[in-house]
Write a protein that binds this ligand. Structure first.
Ligand SMILES: [Zn+2]
Length: 385
């Protein structure tokens, strides 16, 4: 095996000297790293430390999948990108940054969204995949593709002050579907864009993912296969939970999933072909709401976001009732008035409308497009975030 591994040039041997003297890595381990091909899905908060540390460590080939461009709100945590990169494709600024970190690394950028159509083709040539995605659809897609291809999936996810990491789809371990066969209903779990995230948290979780990826390449130590690491940065608590492979798991157990499905439809998220949605809620567009507010009759305006979001932007006359407090606040709602519910983009408020309807409120509508669309179409003085 060692004979087939690539040699290190004198420059590389010098650059990696702290690895070469390190037990469990040494010359052969460094050559393994040089031979390794690792795909990082997402060049954002998690992908930044993952790609930077894997590049610095001397992983020979790094694939990077991301369709997005750098936004100024990314810079609070996504260290692959700098202020001068705002507006550039993330894979471009990431490639430049990685080449500067280590010119010996070959970067393969894929400026695309990972989809059911391209995932197997992109992943096929890599040894392992690091999941740095920020949504359930791509997470299930990454997991299922890794199970089908038999490649380890180094998982991480973050929200507010909490993060998780594990290694899924390894030879004897569970997969992401063993942990949760069904995604949460859309709108129930806010994204980082809607719920916020501590800037340093993806650094903590992504660095753990990079360490797991390197150990998998080297074949040393104990990885997170069969364990879920839970990190709470607010209380600085680390816990691990045992995970078992679920024999009924449709991906890695019964293997009833033999090809990739439509994950947007599976997760009920927009992006794919919109399914006929029996849960679709009645909506009001921002311009119509503005007219109703001017001309009456009076409305009950409920904002279901979090207090920190309210501080950034809110609509005059609305009342803040965070989604988590909705149930307890129902007795305070005026059922004789029409209720309009809003959030940042309209996802969480749609979930709130369903709950209000289930509680017996008849005249409830969702503000289409949320405060973002209100800012675009009615009142540009309301900040967009
Ligand atoms: Zn499974």
């Amino acid at each position: 095996m060692a004979g087939e591994l690539p040699r290190l040039s004198p420059e590389e041997a010098l650059r990696y000297s702290r690895h070469l003297i390190l037990p469990n890595v040494e010359l052969e381990g460094q050559r393994r790293l040089k031979a390794a091909r690792i795909l990082v899905v997402g060049a954002g908060g998690l992908g930044s430390p993952v790609a930077l540390y894997l590049a610095a460590a001397g992983v020979g080939t790094l694939g990077l999948v991301d369709f997005d461009v750098v936004d100024v709100t990314n810079l609070q945590r996504q260290l692959l990108h700098g202020t001068a990169d705002v507006g550039r494709p993330k894979v471009d600024s990431a490639t430049d940054r990685i080449r500067d970190a280590n010119p010996h690394v070959h970067v393969e950028p894929y400026r695309t969204r990972l989809t059911s159509r391209n995932a197997l083709e992109i992943m096929r040539d890599y040894d392992l995949v690091v999941d740095g995605t920020d949504n359930f659809a791509t997470r299930y897609l990454t997991n299922d593709a890794c199970v089908l291809l038999g490649k380890p999936n180094v998982y991480g996810s973050i929200f507010r002050f909490e993060g998780q990491a594990s290694v899924f789809a390894a030879a004897d371990g569970p997969c992401y579907r063993c942990l949760g066969p069904d995604p949460p209903p859309p709108g129930e779990v806010p994204s980082c864009a809607e719920g916020g995230v501590l800037g340093v948290l993806p650094g903590m979780i992504g660095t753990i993912q990079a360490a797991e990826a390197i150990k998998l390449v080297l074949g040393v130590g104990s990885t997170l296969v069969g364990r879920l690491l839970l990190v709470n940065a607010l209380d600085m608590q680390f816990h691990t939970m045992r995970l078992r492979r679920d024999p009924a798991c449709p991906a890695c157990g019964t293997r009833t999933i033999t090809e990739l499905i439509d994950y947007d439809e599976f997760c009920g998220t927009p992006g794919g072909v919109p399914p006929a949605d029996p849960d679709a809620v009645a909506e009001i567009v921002p311009t119509e709401l503005a007219r109703r507010l001017r001309e009456g009759p009076p409305l009950e305006l409920i904002d279901v976001r979090e207090p920190g979001e309210w501080e950034v932007a809110h609509i005059e006359g609305a009342r803040l009732v965070p989604l988590g407090q909705l149930q307890g606040s129902l007795p305070t709602f005026d059922g004789s008035r029409e209720i309009v519910v809003m959030c940042r983009s309209g996802q969480r408020s749609a979930a709130a409308v369903r709950r209000l309807q289930a509680a017996g409120f008849r005249r409830v509508r969702n503000l289409a497009g949320g405060i973002l669309r209100w800012s675009e179409e009615v009142d540009p003085s309301v900040p967009r975030y």
